[in-house]
Design a protein around this ligand. Structure first.
Ligand code: ZN
Length: 334
């Protein structure tokens, strides 16, 4: 399941290539035909992610008598990718973080920098707006579609919704949620979500997290996965953040020292932006990790069950908590 960093990257891609454009919306698969007909022809005003959900705000036009009034972000598309969902971008797909824009070197910051093909992605991200084909899901990758293919290409497979500008196309497949909402309904969804470090800055967000954790007797390993406590953390970040804090996933929230709860929030505030910039969950290697395939070295505990802990040598354990796999080190996380 894509974690928060991936969804933020999708929202950024829409900000780069779709906001300000009139959007042709369709549902090649047919299951979203009604929703697509509402959005078709509207101009995209804003794109934002909160936790694992993305919200696209479209301008609407209301006509009362002879008066025509434009309503900024009057209608929204809400998408939750769930376990199988993915966005594919094709055509002119801008790098998310160009060298000039982000002040960083290398080509690793574009949304299209897949593992193992660093040399090629360096070339592709060297020119902004070059035609590229990119999938944003759990692990971003090049779709392997020919770059000089006609635009837009025919939809392939079960595309729930296709959003199209004159130069960029985005196809959504397999989402858990894809629906058109009004402003009030979006607010109801947002009210149920815990803080996200990208959208909820400042001490209030931290305090919301601290209060939510410390008044619960539920294991901290479960609380971190609860999107109403903190938004955007999934299985990978859960395991890695708890290891970095040297905290047992079984500690009830109300027994975690407040300083440790604050440290968990601060760590998420550090790790999420790195994931957004790099398109990878670099919980062990940090932001300066090389572009090449680093999968074997990437994590402290995630998917390392039975292997010796990189820090203490104990065997990493795999348990099931809340029907999800939980990776942790019984030596370090006592
Ligand atoms: Zn250990």
């Amino acid at each position: 399941m894509p974690e928060g960093h991936s969804v933020h990257r999708v929202a950024l891609q829409f900000q780069r290539d779709f906001v300000g454009h009139a959007i042709s919306a369709s549902s090649p698969q047919g299951r979203f035909a009604e929703g697509a007909s509402v959005l078709d022809g509207l101009t995209l005003r804003e794109a934002k992610a909160v936790g694992k959900q993305m919200f696209l705000g479209f301008d609407t036009v209301s006509v009362v008598g002879t008066a025509v009034r434009r309503v900024d972000s009057g209608v929204w598309l809400r998408v939750h990718l769930g376990i199988y969902g993915a966005w594919d971008f094709a055509g002119a797909v801008s790098p998310l973080f160009s060298r000039a824009r982000a002040g960083v070197n290398g080509g690793a910051h574009s949304v299209g920098a897949p593992r193992g093909v660093g040399a090629r992605s360096d070339v592709l991200s060297a020119t902004e707006g070059q035609r590229r084909n990119v999938r944003v899901s759990e692990d971003e990758r090049d779709l392997g579609v020919s770059l000089d293919e006609t635009f837009p290409h025919e939809p392939v497979g079960a595309v729930r919704v296709r959003l199209l500008t004159e130069s960029t196309v985005a196809d959504l497949r397999g989402p858990t949620a894809c629906e058109v909402l009004d402003v009030a309904a979006v607010q109801l969804v947002l009210n149920r979500l815990g803080p996200d470090p990208v959208t909820d800055l400042g001490p209030e967000a931290e305090q919301r997290f601290v209060d939510a954790v410390t008044r619960r007797k539920v294991a901290i390993g479960q609380l971190l996965m609860d999107q109403s406590i903190v938004a955007g953390i999934g299985n990978v970040y859960r395991a890695e953040i708890l290891f970095r804090a040297q905290l047992s996933p079984y500690t009830p929230g109300n027994l975690v020292p407040v300083d440790t709860v604050r440290a968990l929030w601060h760590d998420w505030c550090v790790l999420l932006p790195i994931g957004i910039r790099k398109g990878k969950m670099l919980t062990r290697l940090g932001e300066d990790a090389p572009v090449r395939d680093i999968r074997a070295e990437r994590y402290w505990t995630y998917k390392r069950e039975g292997l010796p802990c990189r820090r203490c040598g104990s065997n990493i354990r795999l348990d099931v908590m809340g029907a999800r796999k939980l990776y942790w080190c019984p030596g370090c996380q006592t």
